[in-house]
Design a binder for this molecule. Structure first.
Ligand code: OKP
Ligand code: ZN
Length: 346
């Protein structure tokens, strides 16, 4: 399988995040992608550098003011105080409900709150450069399948599926899967599916495409009543306006069995076949793994091969885009299982 990596992902290396009030090491760390790259290389795959500029697609899935903020956020932070180069900014105020989000404040921390859905998405010096190169890698994978390749894998971090039209969140800044889907449409696809199998609901992707019929979004995830991102991902969210009927959420209680998970995957596959898309983008979160430190499904390494095989069975040009997965040392083996399963199932 053609595989792309993000040669700049190391530039996004925040020092810590907050977990239950305490500063902890980031779960979303550079070693994650390193383990995946290492496993792929060992198995004989070449990792290509991105060859497509995602800027055009990014402008269609994110607002311009959000992109402008993100591109200059670190410089704005350091401009407040040169000593800020060694500390992380931290949002402390958010424009919830009755407050206004149409006027961008001048205060940097207020801007950070405006463009964030949580305080768990640490910004670092090279965040923009790393996230942009990741979006380029996702666009590159999409270009290959648009040109006739049966499948392409995009190994990148930071992940993307919580990033919405104008906000970051859940370790995500730019929505790589949305960029891949938009790139496929721009290359002539009429209908694209984004299937999100990350443990966490892909709220950003859902929001980006909620009013559109040209992208069917389907997500299998931990029930947001108890799991992040909490405020989206329920079964009654079916799309809006022209997009009504083109959003399918399949939430499962935290702790659900592997059998329940694969039953949800079958429901997703049934809907995908009905839609008869031209291409498939998979938001490939591997945090459904039994050993994941922040998630509560129970897939074993071998189950990821079953997943890959089932995805291949759909018979669609497929871009696999890495999302979460925090059992870092097992991430390479789990990603490789998906790829091997896919190749065996074609
Ligand atoms: C990102 B992805 C720590 C709390 C947990 C949210 C989890 C984000 C998961 N501060 N943060 O979907 O794998
Ligand atoms: Zn996740």
């Amino acid at each position: 399988m053609i595989s792309f990596h993000n040669p700049l992902h190391h530039l996004h290396a925040p020092a810590h995040e907050f977990f239950r009030g305490n500063r902890v090491d980031c779960f979303e760390k550079p070693a994650r992608a390193d383990y995946v790259e290492q496993a792929l290389r060992q198995a004989g795959y070449e990792l290509l550098a991105p060859d497509t500029d995602a800027t055009g697609a990014l402008k269609k899935v994110h607002s311009q003011r959000y992109l402008d903020f993100l591109a200059s956020a670190w410089a704005q932070w350091v401009a407040l105080d040169p000593a800020n180069t060694t500390t992380q900014p931290f949002p402390s105020v958010w424009p919830v409900r009755t407050l206004r989000s149409d006027v961008e404040p001048a205060n940097f921390i207020a801007k950070l709150g405006l463009y964030s859905m949580d305080n768990g998405t640490p910004l670092a010096r090279g965040t923009w450069e790393a996230a942009k190169a990741g979006a380029d890698a996702a666009a590159s994978a999409a270009m290959r399948i648009a040109a006739g390749a049966p499948a392409a894998f995009c190994c990148t971090r930071p992940p993307g599926h919580h990033a919405g039209p104008d906000f970051m969140g859940g370790y995500c800044f730019l929505n790589n899967a949305a960029v891949a889907a938009q790139t496929l449409l721009d290359q002539g696809a009429q209908r694209v599916v984004v299937l999100d199998v990350d443990y966490h609901h892909g709220n950003g992707t859902q929001s980006i495409f909620y009013q559109r019929a040209d992208v069917l979004f389907i997500s299998i995830h931990g029930d947001p009543l108890t799991e992040y991102p909490f405020y989206l991902g329920h079964a009654d969210e079916q799309g809006e306006g022209a997009g009504l009927g083109f959003n399918l959420n399949l939430p499962l209680p935290a702790g659900s069995s592997v059998a329940k998970w694969f039953a949800a995957l079958e429901a997703a596959c049934t809907r995908i076949s009905q839609y008869a898309p031209d291409a498939l983008v998979v938001s490939l979160g591997l945090d459904t793994y039994v050993g994941d430190p922040i998630s509560q499904f129970a897939l074993a390494t071998e189950d990821f091969s079953t997943l890959g095989r089932r995805l291949a069975g759909l018979g669609l040009p497929t871009a696999l885009v890495l999302e979460g997965g925090y059992a870092a040392t097992e991430l390479g083996a789990n990603a490789l299982q998906v790829i091997h399963g896919f190749e065996a199932g074609r």
